[in-house]
Design a binder for this molecule. Sequence first.
Ligand code: SF4
Length: 469
Amino acid sequence: MADQESSMAKYEYFRKVDAVCDLFQMAIATGANSPGELDIPMLMQVLPEYHASLVPQIHPEVIESILKPKNKNTIVAHMSAVKRFVGDLASRIDEGQPVIYNFAVTTPEIFLGMDMIPVCYELLPIYIAATFVGGVDDDIDTTEDEGLPGHICSAQKAPNGAIKSGKMPLPDLLVKSTVPCNSSNMMYQWAQQEYGGELILLDSPYYANRRAFDYYLEEWKNMVKQVEKTTGRTLDEGLLRHHVELGNEQLSYLYRLQELRRQVPNPDPGMHRALDVAALYLSGVNREMVEYTKICFEEAQGRAERGESILPAGKKEIRTVWTWGLTPHMIYLPDWLEDNYGMSFLECGLSFLPADIVGYVDTSSIDSMIEGLAWRSFHMPMGRTGMTHADVMIEDFVGIAKSYHADAAVFSGHMACKHSWAVAKMLGDALQEQAGIPSFKWETDLLDTRFTPHASAKAQLAEFFETLI
Ligand code: SF4
């Protein structure tokens, strides 16, 4: 391998995400609390050439948000975890590990237990879209140039385009639960057809009952056998337990944060929710990601004990539940809404995991760990509420609205999630009737910055929140 280009240098998505981690950490390490306090000319002089070339492309609003005292420690911790993950992933690929892409409802522990580092197909574009103006728009266009329509999901269009352009490695294996949408199922099949490798599908039942889970568990066991056969690796009980324990510990802080966000005032900044989605996709991957969730929890707990708000002094809190997703290419949006309108972010449909139902993975045996991971996957965001009776999503969010004392709901409808648009009206009505709160629905796209431009998104949300002040 000595004379070959390393994966970190070769694949732009790896290199760019790694550089984002460095840039955010360096900016925060200066001690600046706002962009005006940053000595940009001095920083540009000390930055490596590649890093410096990225600086002009970064959203100014993102810099403003990450430097705030309420956000900076958690951002540093999150970026440490991501840097370690991307570095380890690139090294393992250099050493000859198969390239494994998994869909977002499957956390990585099962593959880590086979001594392989997978990458969630939808993960790396989140960081790039969150950081840079125009984020992954080029990669979305690359996929659409192949004849795929604009109205399918950018969460797959972006990585598909990145592989086509050589910014991400070709797959050896794609692992896809067939929940929640036909769009994502077909996009994985298209990726396999275009780029090769093997596609392993976990047939995901429509229902959410025990019989359905037993069927899904059998699918999980078959998936483990297929991955072992394809890769020649074997699931190691000790290694699996190590990563499952890390994942359990990580979730313990996530669950406690969910409890803390029920308090008035909400002590937890909303910008972290997008990072929590990514952390969930990397559950159990390394100790650093546990530290990220731990710091989020400890900082929020400290504020709760002191009765401190995350809002500017004197702002009335508008406690808001985000009933579908958030918008990763506007990662600064919750922070902007906190400062300007007093919005506080309670939960969202892409990061909420019901603690009383999902709980922890039982580490007593290899079978119990496989079952526990399958159970979590069965209830992951997009999986739990995306393809079953609407009652599940409605009961989850009405329950959150009541127990978190919500004042309002926002449905940030991702353009491609056709199924969620169908439930949005029923959900809004239920929130009004059962929790007494209004819902605002707006159209966005998870990663495509052009679908609803930032200025338009801000104007629409501002109009809604102004009615609640
Ligand atoms: S559920 Fe929505 S966000 Fe998830 S893959 Fe399908 S279209 Fe994309």
